[in-house]
Design a protein around this ligand. Structure first.
Ligand SMILES: [Mn+2]
Length: 247
């Protein structure tokens, strides 16, 4: 099979709501990745793959071994995998790059695919009205805080992280699920961007909504659904960018 397709999937939030359900979702994600691998040139993991990830200099959390092994094997067989950090799994070091072989992005990127320009990002931090979030983001990206947190024994740090993470998701989910239509900050962000940059396709996660906005001729915004309630993904086949659901 010709490997010329591009896949986009995100917000799988592995780790919640409990071990059993998360494991089931992890296996489903693996089935999706292996299916995609058949004709994928590149697979983009669009952020919040893990509900909480924090790795140390020599140690990683003792979860998700099936997924991590699958990702490493897919990379080894020659398919490129990109990993965007989300707001839930931003505490990475070099494990995903070095051990798994993924290409990691900590912010938005602009790429040319088949002569079209794509802007890809997890999409957190775009809604500037979310002051608590912006504050937390600044806190978490502070080098000092990160060193401090990493010096706490994992027994406490990971336990705290898991608890904080699922709490943050719950408190956001109601607000997140509201369909804001054209007032959607991510849509407004795109309209602003295309004023001075020629971008054809925007793909974001973070909002946990399956949304498609037409911005103009050959211009489109896609917001990916999460995998907690849904299992959406997007695929670019060289001419069309579509939203699909993995069963
Ligand atoms: Mn998310």
């Amino acid at each position: 099979m010709i490997k010329n397709k591009y896949y986009f999937v995100g917000d799988t939030h592995l780790g919640v709501p409990n071990y059993k359900d998360s494991l089931e979702r992890e296996k489903k994600l693996i089935r999706f990745l292996l299916e995609a691998e058949k004709d994928a040139k590149v697979i983009y993991l669009m952020g919040d793959i893990f509900d909480f990830w924090h790795e140390y200099k020599y140690v990683v959390p003792k979860y998700y071994v099936r997924l991590l092994g699958t990702l490493a094997s897919i990379v080894d067989r020659g398919t490129e995998i990109h990993f965007f950090t989300g707001n839930h799994d931003q505490w990475i070091r070099d494990y995903f790059q070095k051990e798994i072989g993924m290409i990691v992005h900590t912010g938005e990127i602009i790429v040319e695919i088949d002569n079209k320009t794509f802007l890809l990002a997890h999409g957190d931090g775009i809604d500037k009205r979310d002051k608590t979030y912006i504050f937390m983001k600044r806190l978490f990206t502070s080098k000092f805080i990160r060193i401090l947190f990493a010096s706490i024994h994992p027994r406490w740090a990971i336990a705290f992280g898991n608890k904080w993470s699922s709490g943050s998701r719950k408190s956001h989910s109601e607000y997140d699920m509201i369909d804001k239509g054209e007032r959607e900050p991510h849509f407004q962000y795109c309209l602003e961007k295309i004023k001075n940059q020629n971008i054809n396709y925007f793909i974001f996660g973070h909002r946990h909504l399956n949304k498609e906005f037409n911005i103009g001729e050959n211009k489109k915004l896609i917001i990916l659904s999460d995998w907690i309630n849904d299992s959406g993904f997007s695929i670019w086949d060289g001419t069309n960018l579509e939203i699909k659901k993995f069963e």
